[in-house]
Design a protein around this ligand. Structure first.
Ligand code: DGL
Length: 273
């Protein structure tokens, strides 16, 4: 089948920060975004639950004509991607592909650091999975990685409280905790797709020698590279520049909030899974 779309999935709004970069880098493709807002945040859910929810959304995106789905969510990439790739796709959807955000980030993050000491900030689920420790060590065995879970950050963003003064306490708390682990940290990876919305406030408390890295552009470049190397996938994709948005939550709330992440008008439809 031709004229199919690229599916972009996140537990809620965070994946829109990645979608924004993808849609700027690769504007011609057709995209379907799916946010599982009714069940987010995923950060504290078990492996089984994140797997079950993610698979349900991925299968829905497949059913909408997306042969390629990007898990624009670190928690889902850490807890569900491998099982979907190894157990589900070969048996049920051998022609389809699901890609995550952890590996493309791990492939390049070591190059951002001069001291080769990096901080990774993510949800409890991402941090406890140790996925970044394992993946970064494959590509940069000499890079030292310190992790910090930030369980309050996603709720702040999902509730649109991230730029209010109440957010300051939790921003300072997690940044101070991470930086206290090693004075040599010169690069902080925002390993959760919600966190770029907190970046303006995070920058205010960072020492000048520490740089903040988000994943949007990294994932967009990696997808461009993937499509160049996979003509069999590329030829299935439509290039009418269409964007559709779906949420398991309330579509009106999603539209209002999503435009903050996507920097454009968003019109979504509610979907029951
Ligand atoms: N954007 C998701 C991530 O990158 C948020 C996780 C959540 O729902 O807790 O990890």
């Amino acid at each position: 089948m031709k004229n199919q779309s690229i599916g972009i999935f996140d537990s809620g709004y965070g994946g829109l920060t990645v979608f924004k970069s993808i849609s700027e880098k690769l504007p011609d493709y057709n995209y379907i975004y799916m946010g599982d807002n009714a069940r987010s945040p995923y950060g504290d859910h078990s492996f089984e639950t994140v797997y079950e929810y993610t698979l349900e959304c991925v299968e829905w995106l497949f059913s909408q004509g997306c042969p390629l789905v990007i898990l624009a969510c670190n928690t889902a990439s850490a807890k569900a991607l491998r099982s979907i790739q190894q157990k589900v796709l070969p048996v049920k959807f051998p022609e389809n592909r699901v890609l995550g955000v952890i590996r493309p980030t791990a492939e390049v993050i070591g190059d951002y650091s001069a001291t080769k000491v990096i901080g990774v900030m993510g949800t409890r689920g991402t941090v406890n999975s140790s996925s970044y420790l394992m993946e970064i060590s494959k590509f940069f065995p000499n890079v030292v990685v310190h992790q910090q879970s930030c369980p309050m950050w996603v709720p702040l963003v999902e509730n649109n409280e991230h730029l209010n003064s109440g957010a300051d306490y939790f921003i300072e708390k997690y940044i101070a905790s991470l930086l206290s682990k090693n004075k040599m940290i010169d690069t902080i990876l925002l390993a959760c797709t919600h966190y770029p919305l907190l970046a303006p406030k995070i920058e205010l408390v960072l020492p000048p020698n520490v740089k903040l890295v988000g994943q949007g552009d990294i994932v967009a470049s990696s997808l461009a590279h993937y499509l160049e190397n996979h003509p069999e996938m590329k030829q299935k994709l439509g290039i009418d520049g269409k964007r559709s948005f779906f949420t398991t939550g309330e579509s009106e709330i999603f539209n209002e909030h999503a435009s903050l992440f996507f920097h454009a008008v968003v019109k979504s439809e509610h979907v029951d899974l």
